[in-house]
Design a protein around this ligand. Structure first.
Ligand SMILES: [Fe+2]
Length: 292
């Protein structure tokens, strides 16, 4: 849903803020042939809104990578591959069964998370585009962790600002019922889970945000059960309107979001139908998304 207050970007594009504390829809721009003035406006909008939705772009894999490279270096989830499919459909057209590893990862991603927080270097941003969408469900949702921080009580801000949590894909997938972690190498092979502060200061805007999500666990200094309770309650309180945004995909849509201040999740759909998305992940800056 869009809110009033759209404005012109560059020569041809237009940005319309969504009816939430985050997100904007950008029309009138062709990402496959981005003008430098539009790029500047898009970068500014990215920092202001944290999630940008570009309807009807129909980018090829190479065009999507070119767009993503405006934001930084590509993080390779699969060695040497810039854009990976996020899909329940194999290349031969058949669909994965629910107990297969790729489906268990897709199921896990229905929990609120930020990409690659379990890696030594967390992601800066993610690009997702739609090729084939199911008849119902399969939306993506985002939640604004800047507004979530602002919504905390002073007491909770003070407590949280002194805490850190480990992040692990093994932890989050096990909690989601993943029984075949060896089917998916990326993220599972991290030997030393990174410890990250719960308060993150955005390296460009300087805005504070909560850095939480399903990969976070084991706050040092707290019993495991208390840590889990606190992290669960932070996510539950954070991911509520007006801090959440849902996008129902149409083929050709492209979205980019800022993993440094936004959580996201996929919504369920009937796994008898294919859902085929293209994903490109943009690496974080080791100075601000690395581990000390
Ligand atoms: Fe994700």
């Amino acid at each position: 849903m869009r809110a009033p207050g759209c404005s012109n970007l560059g020569m041809v594009s237009r940005i319309t803020p969504c009816d939430a504390t985050l997100g904007a829809v950008v029309d009138g721009v062709r990402l496959a042939a981005l003008e430098s003035e539009d790029w500047k406006a898009i970068e500014n909008a990215f920092h202001a809104h944290a999630v940008l939705i570009f309807p009807g772009q129909h980018l090829s894999a190479d065009e999507q990578v070119d767009f993503a490279r405006h934001f930084g270096e590509i993080e390779h989830i699969v060695p040497g591959v810039d854009t990976v499919p996020i899909s329940n459909r194999r290349r031969d057209g058949t669909l994965y069964a629910d107990d297969e590893g790729p489906m268990q990862i897709l199921r896990g991603n229905e929990g609120w998370h930020t990409d690659s927080s379990y890696m030594p270097l967390a992601a800066k941003a993610s690009v997702l585009s739609a090729e084939v969408v199911p008849s119902r469900g399969g939306e993506t949702e985002w939640a604004d962790m800047r507004a979530a921080w602002e919504a905390l009580s002073i007491e909770l801000r003070e407590r949280v600002s002194r805490l850190s949590a480990f992040h692990s894909l093994r932890y989050s997938q096990a909690r989601a019922g993943h029984t075949k972690p060896d089917d998916f190498g990326y993220g599972f092979s991290v030997e030393k889970p990174p410890l990250r502060p719960l308060l993150k200061i955005h390296p460009v805007t300087g805005r504070p945000s909560l850095f939480i999500g399903r990969h976070a666990y084991g706050i040092p200094g707290l019993p495991a059960a208390e840590s889990e309770r606190l992290l669960d309650s932070l996510v539950e309180d954070a991911c509520r309107p007006p801090r959440t945004l849902r996008h129902s995909w149409s083929p050709g849509d492209v979205v980019i979001w800022d993993n440094r201040c936004v959580l996201h999740r996929a919504r369920p759909w009937n796994h008898g139908e294919p859902r085929v998305m293209k994903h490109t992940r943009i690496a974080g800056d080791p100075a601000t998304e690395g581990v000390a």
